[in-house]
Design a protein around this ligand. Structure first.
Ligand SMILES: C[S@@+](CC[C@H](N)C(=O)[O-])C[C@H]1O[C@@H](n2cnc3c(N)ncnc32)[C@H](O)[C@@H]1O
Length: 248
């Protein structure tokens, strides 16, 4: 049963599916990076699954780099799955639920920019790890705590709540999986620049990634946040993105 929060998240992504690719620049960059990282990891052939595939940028990149290997696209949004550019198989599934039992266990579970939308990211990560075939891999990218420092600072200075989505802590994700399973990890910082803070938030609005558990701000509160943004002449917004490769 999809919870109220999941339903809101999935509706927002569904409503933006048609325009997702045009604004998901960082997501595409990270998906390609992760696919390249997978190519260097000697992942056994078998069932490969992209969890929260969206329009399929990670699954497409993996299939391009591994001719003959297909990737199952799993997402909770039907509209996202119908916007696939590739011809790969799809499965509509709420990732807050247990993964389906497949006839053979997956040799690759991968996921890019999805885990932070789920109810309990460390617990979900552990569940995914436990579903792998012995010797199978889990390849993950996820934005983590520390992201959007400028937005948090601006809200604090403006004296209004910060309505940014809370991101999982990297340390808690790592604590959820066996240390000896970690084959590779990296945290990267990406910053975008704009003429106005609103310009920095627009890609999130356009991709449907603007659902937040907090109550929304009114127009005058938003104006105060924008006026309080650090370095207002050259506003920036930073993401901290964690990449993790695990082998069972
Ligand atoms: C930011 S998009 C990332 C899509 C793709 N992985 C990419 O890198 O472009 C997040 C995706 O997670 C999916 N998603 C969010 N919550 C979900 C849930 N509870 N169950 C299944 N999919 C979910 C959304 O529908 C959306 O396609």
């Amino acid at each position: 049963m999809t919870s109220g929060w999941s339903a809101r998240v999935l509706n927002a992504f569904g409503a933006s599916a048609a325009q997702y690719d045009a604004s998901a620049e960082l997501q595409r960059t990270m998906a390609r990076q992760l696919a390249r990282r997978c190519r260097h990891s000697a992942i056994p052939a078998g069932l490969w699954v992209d969890l929260g595939s969206g329009t399929g940028c990670l699954a497409d990149a993996l299939e391009q780099q591994h001719p003959g290997q297909s990737v199952l696209r799993v997402d909770g949004s039907d509209a996202m799955l119908r916007s696939q550019t590739g011809a790969g198989a799809t499965l509509l599934h709420d990732l807050n639920e247990e993964l389906p039992t497949w006839s053979s266990a997956p040799t690759l579970l991968c996921s890019s920019f999805v885990l932070h939308w789920l109810d309990d990211p460390p617990e979900r990560l552990r569940h995914w790890f436990d579903q792998l075939a012995p010797g199978g891999w889990l390849a993950l990218t996820v934005p983590v705590d520390g992201s959007f420092e400028q937005w948090h600072q601006a809200a604090e200075r403006a004296g209004v709540p910060c309505t940014a989505l809370p991101f999982p802590q990297m340390e808690l994700l790592l604590a959820a999986v066996p240390e000896q399973a970690v084959r590779w990890k990296r945290k990267q910082r990406f910053s975008s620049n704009g003429r106005h803070p609103l310009e920095l938030l627009r890609p999130m609005i356009r991709t449907g990634a603007d659902t937040t558990p907090s109550a929304g701000l009114g127009p005058s509160e938003w104006r105060r946040v924008f006026r309080s943004w650090p370095d207002p002449e050259h506003p920036t917004l930073s993401w901290h993105v964690f990449t993790l490769m695990l082998q069972r």
